[in-house]
Design a binder for this molecule. Structure first.
Ligand SMILES: CC(=O)/C=C/C=C(C)/C=C/C1=C(C)CCCC1(C)C
Ligand SMILES: CC(/C=C/C=O)=C\C=C\C=O
Ligand code: FE2
Length: 510
C-alpha cells in the first residue's frame, strides 16, 4: 500500500518521477505514489478570469494491496483530484484517496476484503463461502469503492459513486476529506445503482436495477434530503436479469431506461469467481431494448426493441416534436462500442500496460437511437458521424449542462489517434455538421473532457473544456481548451504523474 504523506509542497520540492519506457508502465495505469498532496501549480497560458471554482475528478488511484495486484482499470481504489481556480488566477491543486470501508480494510488487513469489479476475496473454506453468500444477499460483501461518478447535489453536497448503493460517499471539495457514507433514508433496498445519476440543481434521478424481480426502478431525490422516491418501474423484456445500467439519459419530460444485452450475471454474483465479463454476461439472444418513462406520471410512454448495443455512457437525449408540439419520438445519443464487449477486456490492466504500438482499441461510434412514439415495436440505431472523424474511438463524454435533455449540437469526449490501445485524444463532436475537432499530444492518456460554460454565455460552446492528462514521460497536467475553437488556452503541470481518472464535476465559487 502506498505511503501516507500529507504535504503542501511547491512543485519544485517533489522529486521527478522516473520516466517510463514507451507506454509500458504508463503513469496512467500506475498507482499514485502518496495518499495525498496539495500544492500550487504554475500556469502556462491564460486562465479565463471568469473561471472561478473547483474542478474535481474521481477515478482509480491505487491498484494494489501489498503484493496483490488488481486486474482491471475499474477496480482501483478511488482517488480524488482537485484543481481550484482562484479569482487571482492562481491554481491550487491536490489529490487524495477516498477513505472507503473497502480501502481502509485492505490497508489494515493487507488483503482484499470486499468484492470489487473484477475480483472477489476468496473464502477460506466452505463455511466461509456460506457466510459470504449470506453477506452477498445483504450487500455486506460488496465494495463501497466510490471511484466513478462525482456530482454536486442541488444542496451543495459533493457525492462520489460506484455501482453499489453503499458506494455513495460524501466528500469535502476543499480538503478532499471523506465526510462519510451517503445513507439513503428510504426503504427501497436493493444493493446496486447506476454510477451516473442525472443531477441538476432541482433533482437527483437514478435507476436502481432490480435483480430479484427483473426490472429497473426510476427514482428521484430532492435536494436537502436523502430520500429517493419511486417515479416509475420498468420490467425487463429481455429475460431474467436486468442489463447493466452504468448510465442512462433523459429528455425534458422522459427518462430513457436502457436494457442492454450485457446483463448482470446472477451466476458470477453467487460464485466467488467472476465470469469472462466479470459480473456480467453478454446475452444477444435476449435482444436489446429502450424504455421511455414519463417523469410526471411514471407511465411507460414507449418501449422498443433496438439493434444490439454496448454502451457505458449515454451523451444526451431530446424530444422530437411535430408542428403542433406533440412528441413524435425521443432521440438518445451514446458512445456505442459496436455491440461488442471486447472493450471491457481491453480495459484490463494487463492489456493497458502491454501496449507495443499495435492498434488494439476496438472501434466505437457516436450512436443515435430514435424511439418512435407511434406505438412501433422497433427503434433505430444510427451512426451520427463517420467514426474516422474521432479516430474510431469515443467515450467519457460531456455536454453543456444547460442543454441537458434538450436539442443540442456539441459533445466533448475522448477520441483516438491510431494506433493506440486506449483513447488518446480529446474530441469535440459537432453532431449537426457531423464533424469533429481533435486535440492530441504524443503519448498522452487524457481523461473525460468536462465542459464548463462561461457565465452569461448564449452560444452552446462558449466556455472551456477541462481535462487531466497523464503523459508517457510520467508527468501529468491539467489542460484547458477553448470550448469553441478547441484550441489549448492554458495548462498547469503537476509535480508528479497521476493515474487515469474517470469523471469530473465543476463546483463554482459561491
Ligand atoms: C465503470 C466502473 O468503474 C464500474 C464499476 C463497477 C463495479 C464496482 C461493480 C460492482 C459490482 C459488484 C462488486 C458485485 C455486484 C454487482 C456489481 C454492482 C456489478
Ligand atoms: C474509459 C472507458 C472506456 C473507454 C473506451 O474507449 C470507460 C469507462 C467507464 C467508466 O466510467
Ligand atoms: Fe462512467
Amino acid at each position: 500500500m502506498i505511503s501516507n504523506v500529507a504535504s503542501h509542497q511547491s512543485p519544485a520540492s517533489v522529486p521527478e518521477r522516473e520516466s517510463c519506457a514507451e507506454h509500458r508502465n504508463h503513469v496512467a495505469w500506475t498507482s499514485v505514489k502518496q495518499e495525498r498532496w496539495e500544492g500550487e501549480l504554475v500556469v502556462e497560458g491564460e486562465i479565463p478570469s471568469w473561471l472561478n471554482g473547483t474542478y474535481l475528478r474521481n477515478g482509480p488511484g491505487v491498484w494494489h494491496i501489498g503484493e496483490f495486484n488488481f486486474g482491471h482499470l475499474f477496480d482501483g481504489y478511488a482517488m480524488l483530484v482537485k484543481v481550484h481556480f482562484e479569482k487571482n488566477g492562481r491554481l491550487i491543486a491536490g489529490h487524495r484517496q477516498i477513505e472507503t470501508e473497502a480501502y481502509k480494510a485492505a490497508k489494515k488487513n493487507k488483503k482484499l476484503c470486499y468484492r470489487e469489479f473484477s475480483v472477489s476475496p476468496k473464502p477460506d473454506n466452505f463455511l466461509a463461502y456460506v457466510g459470504e453468500l449470506a453477506k452477498l444477499f445483504s450487500g455486506a460483501s460488496l465494495t463501497d469503492n466510490a471511484n466513478n461518478g462525482i456530482y454536486k447535489l442541488g444542496d451543495g453536497r459533493i457525492i462520489c459513486l460506484t455501482e453499489t448503493q453503499k458506494g455513495s460517499v460524501i466528500v469535502d471539495p476543499d480538503t478532499l476529506d471523506t465526510l462519510g457514507k451517503f445513507e439513503y433514508s428510504d426503504p427501497l433496498g436493493g444493493f446496486i445503482q447506476s454510477s451516473h445519476p442525472i443531477v441538476t440543481d432541482d433533482e437527483f434521478l437514478t435507476l436502481l436495477p432490480d435483480l430479484l424481480n427483473p426490472g429497473y426502478l426510476v427514482v428521484r431525490m430532492e435536494p436537502g434530503t436523502n430520500e429517493r422516491k419511486v417515479i416509475g418501474r420498468v420490467n425487463c423484456r429481455g429475460g431474467p436479469a436486468p442489463g447493466w445500467v452504468h448510465s442512462f439519459t433523459m429528455t425534458e419530460h422522459y427518462v430513457v431506461v436502457p436494457e442492454m444485452p450485457l446483463q448482470y450475471s446472477v451466476q458470477s454474483l453467487l460464485k466467488a469467481e467472476p465470469s469472462a465479463l466479470y459480473q456480467f454476461e453478454w446475452r444477444p439472444e435476449r435482444k436489446a431494448f429502450l424504455h421511455v418513462v414519463c417523469k410526471a406520471s411514471g407511465k411507460i410512454a414507449a418501449s422498443v426493441e433496438v439493434p444490439l448495443y454496448m454502451v457505458f455512457h449515454f451523451i444526451n437525449a431530446y424530444e422530437e416534436k411535430d408542428k403542433d408540439g406533440r412528441v413524435i419520438a425521443v432521440i438518445a445519443d451514446c458512445c456505442e462500442h459496436n455491440a461488442d464487449t471486447t472493450i471491457i477486456e481491453t480495459l484490463s490492466l494487463k492489456n493497458l500496460r502491454s501496449f507495443h504500438g499495435q492498434d488494439v482499441l476496438p472501434d466505437a461510434r457516436v450512436g443515435r437511437f430514435t424511439i418512435p412514439f407511434d406505438g412501433s415495436q422497433f427503434g433505430k440505431l444510427e451512426t451520427v458521424m463517420d467514426p474516422e472523424e474521432h479516430g474510431r474511438g469515443v467515450d467519457m463524454c460531456s455536454i453543456n449542462p444547460a442543454y441537458l435533455g434538450k436539442k443540442y449540437r456539441y459533445a466533448y469526449a475522448i477520441g483516438a489517434k491510431r494506433p493506440c490501445n486506449f483513447p488518446n485524444s480529446l474530441t469535440k463532436l459537432d453532431l449537426v455538421k457531423q464533424k469533429a475537432k481533435n486535440w492530441c499530444e504524443e503519448g498522452i492518456v487524457p481523461s473525460e473532457p468536462l465542459f464548463v460554460a462561461r457565465p452569461g454565455a448564449t452560444d452552446e460552446d462558449d466556455g472551456v473544456v477541462i481535462s487531466m492528462i497523464s503523459e508517457k514521460n510520467g508527468g501529468a497536467y491539467v489542460v484547458l481548451l477553448d470550448g469553441s475553437t478547441f484550441e489549448e488556452i492554458a495548462r498547469a503541470r503537476f509535480p508528479f504523474g497521476l493515474p487515469y481518472g474517470f469523471h469530473g464535476c465543476w463546483v463554482p465559487e459561491n
